[in-house]
Design a protein around this ligand. Sequence first.
Ligand code: PLP
Length: 340
Amino acid sequence: MNRLGLIERYRDRLPVSEATPIVSLMEGSTPLIPVPAVSELVERETFVKFDGANPTGSFKDRGMTMAVSKALESGAKAVACASTGNTSASAAAYAARAGIACIVVLPAGKIARGKLAQAIAHGATIVPVDGNFDDALAIVLELTSSHDVALVNSINPYRIAGQQTAAWEIVDELEAAPAVHALPVGNAGNITAHWKGYQSVGEAPAMWGFQAEGAAPIVYGEIVDDPETIATAIRIGNPASWDGAVSARDESGGRIEAVTDEEILEAYRLLAGRDGVFCEPASAASVAGIMKFSADLPPGRVVCTLTGHGLKDPDTAITSMGDLDPVPATLSAVLERVGL
Ligand SMILES: *Cc1c(COP(=O)(O)O)cnc(C)c1O
C-alpha cells in the first residue's frame, strides 16, 4: 500500500469533504510492535501501538491533521492551544505547513526539552505562563472565544475525530480489537477517541486508562489543584474530557487507575532496555498499568498505546538511566567500566 496520510486513508469515515484543504504530514499508520518482555511479565500476548512514530513524535498528529485542515477550511488565519508540550509541537508543525500562525500557552518550566525545541523550530509564538496546564487552558479558551483564532486543544471535536484512527488501524491490522486496550490518561481526549473509534466499527475492548498518582483526578473523583508527576504529558488536574473517559471505562467494562512515578519509570526502562522501544515517560503509564493489574487481565490480546517518542524528553532518560561519569582515556579504564 502506498503511504497515505490519515485523512486519505480513512476519508470515508471522517468529517471532511472535497472542499477541505488537507494539511497532512503523512501521519498515522504507526507500527503495532509485539513486546515479548512485557508479554512474558503479564502473561498475555501484548503489542504496543507506537504513536511516537508519528511525524512530530506523538499521537497528537492524528487529531492535528484534522483540526488544522478544518481550521483552514473555515478561513482561520491562526490557531492556538494550551499544552503540556506535544500538542504545541504538533500544532506548530501543522500550522507551519498550512501557512498560518500558531500561538501556544505553556506552563513555564514544565515542558520536556524536545517538545519545546519543536515548537520553536516550527516558528510558533510561545507564551510560558506561571501556572499549570489547567491555567493555560483556561486562558486559551477565553482567547479563542473572544478572538478570530481557532482552538486546537482536544476539546476541538475534529481532534477527537482524527484520533479515532488509531483504533481503526489496530482493528485493521489484528482483524479484531484486542481484549484490553490500555493507554495513559491526561486530558482524557485519547481514551475518549479510542472508545468512539472502536464502537464505530462494532468493537468493544475493555478500555484501561492510567493516570499518574500525583495527577489522578478521575481515579479520586475530584479535581487535583497541584498535579505533579515526572510524566509531564499527563500532569493534568482537571481533564477536559473527564466525562468521555468515565463513559469509555463504564461502557467497555474497563478501569481507570493510578500508577506511581516509580512504576512508570520501571515500565519505561523495561520497554527501552528489553523490548527496544523508547517512549516518553507518560506513554509508559499504559504498560505500568497492565503490569500492576496483570492479575485482572481477561484472556486475549493486549494493546498499549505508546503516545510519544522517548526523544521528546532526553533529560528523564539521562537522569533515570545514565551513568555518564567519565573514566581515564585508556583501554584498561574502559575495560574496567564495561566489566571485561
Ligand atoms: C497528550 C498526551 C497524553 C495524554 O493524552 P490525553 O488525550 O490528554 O489523555 C499522554 N501521553 C502523551 C505523550 C501525550 O502527548
